[in-house]
Write a protein that binds this ligand. Structure first.
Ligand SMILES: [Mn+2]
Length: 121
């Protein structure tokens, strides 16, 4: 834990604050169930001809619930609804939660992003 604390100090003050928000968001979701955790675990899209590998930033799952998290550090907000990357992750990691509903909750964790209205200011 102390090593992690020390590593974070290499970030700028703003990035420390934003990372705190990102971690608090993930902790809020994680606190709701006893999830199993896949952190940067590679999976293979075996149903595709080229069988590519992919890796989500974080997946929390139980047999009947799965959450896909993608940390975004850019200032341009990325829409989460119908996001192709997140839907691809959901299909790739979905087998981890065989009893989950078809629509897996997906989360862009993007505290660095500015609200849409502020982008041109
Ligand atoms: Mn990411």
């Amino acid at each position: 834990m102390h090593e992690m604390f020390a590593d974070v100090m290499s970030l700028s003050t703003k990035d420390i604050a934003m990372m705190s928000k990102a971690l608090a968001y993930v902790a809020g979701v994680r606190a709701t169930r006893r999830f199993m955790i896949l952190s940067e675990v590679r999976v293979q899209a075996t149903w595709l001809a080229s069988k590519p590998y992919t890796m989500a930033d974080l997946v929390l799952y139980t047999a009947d619930e799965i959450h896909i998290f993608d940390l975004k550090t850019g200032v341009m907000p990325v829409e989460v609804a119908n996001n192709a990357q997140l839907m691809y992750y959901a299909v790739c990691y979905g087998p981890a939660a065989p009893k989950a509903e078809k629509c897996a909750p997906a989360h862009h964790v993007q505290p660095w992003a500015r609200p849409y209205g502020e982008l041109d200011s």
